[in-house]
Design a protein around this ligand. Structure first.
Ligand SMILES: [Mn+2]
Length: 471
């Protein structure tokens, strides 16, 4: 974005004589661009920008979208704009930058539509002939309800003192005079402001959850194909739903059959799926507005539990019920976690794995965590682990507020080589995860439509198997 933009070409691109370059700039008709009008969320984002400006009066604030990330050589990962930028602006263009000036006015700097006056539209690998057209800045200004300027004009701001959201765009960041503490305050404010979801955001999360539930149905129907192949079949089937109904998966799908379920973030997904075993599926669709669901179900591959599987599953289910019962405003964020851990520790005692639940639950003991490992909740939104920059006192050490959306996801993991658990339970991992909105008087489970009680799971799987046979 400084000086003349470097044309982005690859070593195997053909030579282009000047005769060709001149020829390519002629003979094109005017192309009408579809006008979409202002987006539904644009007024909400304008209001968020005003809140941000009011928080840092008289200061310049810079929030970049981020750019392409290299996958290998000259191929990039699919671009996904940063979450804070999305919350404030909603443009999906790489290398865009929101600048709020000292008067509190926001301007979006981003690359303008390609013209045919220079050859870049067909020679540059980010050009219109390679990746499709870019919207015009006038159209973007209407759609997003924010003034726009060509990206190269941001150069005029070089040397300005500003707070910059760091970590997204080094080229944009180096234009400004910044201070680390001030920048961190900006990141923290954004993380904390995003803790409370408005109605529109809740609707986006519900849409992501609904698509995710359809994806779980797809995978449950196709489990016989996963048995024939591998866990990858489940990952692929869910990925299809995520791409068709949303933007993508919100995180790498965890499709963990058998003992792989004891690997918390198993994303290799290349193992066998066997009848009689369990498969843990932790998957979420990221919707078109980039809000993501985060749901886990642990299913019996053949459609019914063995008595022993059901015993452990039921324990995790009861711990989740205890956690859900604590989901109401004013309760500590950790209340659902503590309630779930109490049930799990008592269950570990009943299974003969710990001698005394009371003893291991003591704050200076916590030996039960060998089998529960992780926390029961994290915030959910544009990021699967949302609001990570918020201060502890407003998040982990804070209280639940109406508008919080969080996961409730207790689990039990008996590693295959754990000599302290009964032999028949080794290699069993179970997690159940739902997405919960805190309301004025309690909570709403956004993923309640996906069965999770042990009988309900069997009935749901049987109904899906039957409907598959009828097709
Ligand atoms: Mn989660």
């Amino acid at each position: 974005m400084t000086e003349t933009p470097q044309e982005n070409t690859a070593s195997h691109d053909p030579k282009r004589p000047s005769k060709l370059l001149e020829f390519m700039s002629t003979g094109w008709a005017d192309r009408p661009r579809p006008r979409t009008g202002a987006q539904e969320a644009s007024p909400l984002r304008a209001e968020r920008r005003a809140r941000l400006a009011a928080q840092f009066p008289g200061e310049v604030l810079v929030v970049p979208s981020g750019g392409h990330k290299v996958r290998a050589n000259d191929t990039d990962f699919r671009f996904r704009p940063g979450s804070d930028f999305t919350w404030l602006v909603g443009s999906k263009e790489p290398d865009a930058v929101l600048v709020i000036d000292a008067k509190g006015e926001g301007t979006l700097y981003q690359a303008p539509a390609w013209t045919r006056e220079t050859p870049a539209f067909f020679t540059d690998r980010h050009g219109e002939f390679w990746v499709g057209p870019r919207p015009s800045l006038d159209d973007v200004a209407i759609e997003l309800a924010v003034p726009t300027r060509p990206l190269e004009e941001i150069e005029k701001l070089r040397g300005t003192k500003a707070r910059v959201l760091q970590g997204y765009d080094g080229k944009a960041a180096e234009l400004f005079e910044t201070a680390e503490d001030a920048d961190q305050e900006l990141a923290r404010w954004l993380g904390e402001a995003r803790l409370i979801k408005d109605e529109w955001e809740v609707a986006q999360l519900q849409a992501a959850v609904d698509a995710t539930i359809k994806g779980f149905e797809d995978v449950a129907r196709e489990l016989p194909r996963a048995v024939e192949t591998s866990e990858r079949w489940a990952e692929g089937v869910f990925g299809l739903r995520a791409r068709v109904e949303g933007n993508d998966v919100g995180y790498g799908s965890i499709c963990a059959a058998g003992a792989h379920a004891c690997v918390l973030h198993w994303t290799d997904n290349d193992g066998p799926v066997r009848e009689g075993e369990l498969i843990l599926l932790d998957m979420g669709v990221e919707g078109h507005e980039l809000y993501t669901a985060d749901i886990t179900r642990t299913l019996p591959v053949g459609g019914s539990w063995t008595p022993r599987q059901r015993e452990v599953y039921d324990l995790v289910y009861r711990s989740q019920e205890a956690a859900l019962a604590e989901c109401r405003p004013g309760n500590p964020f950790l209340a659902p976690h503590d309630a779930a851990m109490k049930v799990l520790a008592e269950g570990l005692e009943a299974l003969g794995i710990v001698a005394s639940a009371e003893e291991v639950l003591a704050v200076d003991d916590k030996r039960y965590s060998r089998w529960t490992i992780h926390g029961v909740s994290h915030m959910l939104g544009l990021d699967v682990h949302d609001c990570a920059a918020a201060r502890d006192e407003l998040y982990r050490e804070g209280t639940l507020q109406p508008g919080h959306v969080l996961t409730i996801e207790p689990g039990l993991y008996f590693q295959p080589d754990d000599l302290l658990v009964p032999e028949d339970l080794r290699g069993t991992g179970i997690r159940i995860e739902d997405d919960v909105l805190i309301t004025d008087d309690g909570h709403r489970n956004l993923s309640a439509a996906l069965p999770r009680d042990p009988d309900g799971v069997e009935r749901w799987m049987a109904a899906l198997a039957e409907s598959t046979q009828q097709r």
